[in-house]
Design a protein around this ligand. Structure first.
Ligand SMILES: C[S@@+](CC[C@H](N)C(=O)[O-])C[C@H]1O[C@@H](n2cnc3c(N)ncnc32)[C@H](O)[C@@H]1O
Length: 267
């Protein structure tokens, strides 16, 4: 094994093994944040709990700030996911996050509305895929959660394209419609019984109109009363994407409960 000299201390070095260039694990330059994240993921559960005591859901922000470099959205999501394995977390998580990603990739939205932002996980996922002139309006009813979510979005370097509306969706929808006009994509992830009436409010306000894609989580478990009827034909074209309920890892009671996200296009 011979190592070629590194051209720059931060540049990945390559090992020449039997004439074949390999990409060793350490090919990715290590920042202090990478090191903090690597160290914390190596802690066993008890040591993790001791190092990161949990007083409230918002503690995720301190953990993210320790593990993710400013502006690194994917490191923010990674730290979020790891924290959610240890402590209560109702973010959609990585599996359903990929379904959301593919809905965003297909719709290529410029204006997104999220209803139910919690601590900002799905907001970071969607905002990272917006074009520079895009905007994500986040509606969150709990001011404490909204403050944490703002911090998480800021850490991911996405504050310029995310605006928070703090209050219940029923009260905030008119203001969001005034700011955004028509939305290209809406993500519903708040109180499940609110999906159907809030979708009606968004239609009435002109936020949801022909061509708007509406993604909704938990339409099977816990289920959103009346919602799937509302997004049935002929008003919407809807597909369901199966995925297990997201609160797993720390919460074994619900492990492997079937759920689905719906993706609906207003016709
Ligand atoms: C499941 S969490 C959202 C998770 C988030 N979308 C994510 O994946 O990171 C639901 C959130 O909806 C908020 N919420 C519930 N009912 C609401 C309402 N009527 N209006 C606004 N926010 C609401 C709750 O405070 C909570 O933070």
């Amino acid at each position: 094994l011979r190592e070629s000299p590194a051209p720059h201390p931060r540049a990945p070095r390559r090992a020449v093994l039997g004439g074949i260039l390999t990409a060793p694990q350490w090919a990715r330059a290590q920042s202090p944040y990478d090191a903090a994240f690597a160290a914390s993921t190596k802690l066993d559960a008890d040591a993790f709990y001791a190092a990161h005591p949990y007083r409230s859901a918002g503690d995720v922000l301190a953990y993210i700030e320790k593990c993710a470099a400013p502006g690194d959205a994917s490191a923010v999501l990674q730290a979020f996911e790891y924290f959610g394995k240890k402590y209560p977390m109702y973010s959609i998580g990585a599996t359903k996050g990929k379904i959301l990603d593919s809905a965003v990739a297909t719709a290529r939205p410029r204006r997104i509305v999220e209803v139910g932002s919690f601590l900002g996980y799905s907001a970071v996922r969607m905002a990272a895929k917006l074009p520079g002139d895009g905007m994500l309006a986040c509606v969150e009813g709990n001011p404490e959660f909204a403050r944490t979510a703002e911090g998480v979005v800021a850490r991911a370097g996405l504050s310029d394209r995310v605006r928070f509306f703090v209050g219940l969706a029923a009260d905030e929808i008119p203001g969001v419609a005034k700011t955004l006009g028509r939305a290209d994509l809406v993500f519903l992830d708040h109180c499940k019984e609110c999906y159907a009436p809030d979708l009606e409010r968004m239609e009435a306000a002109g936020l949801v109109a022909k061509g708007t894609v509406v993604v909704a989580d938990n339409v099977v478990f816990p289920g959103a009363p009346g919602y799937l009827d509302k997004v049935a034909a002929p008003a919407y074209a809807t597909v369901l994407k199966s995925a297990p309920y997201e609160a797993v890892g720390w919460e074994t009671r619900w492990k492997e409960v079937d759920d689905a996200m719906s993706i609906s296009t207003r016709l």
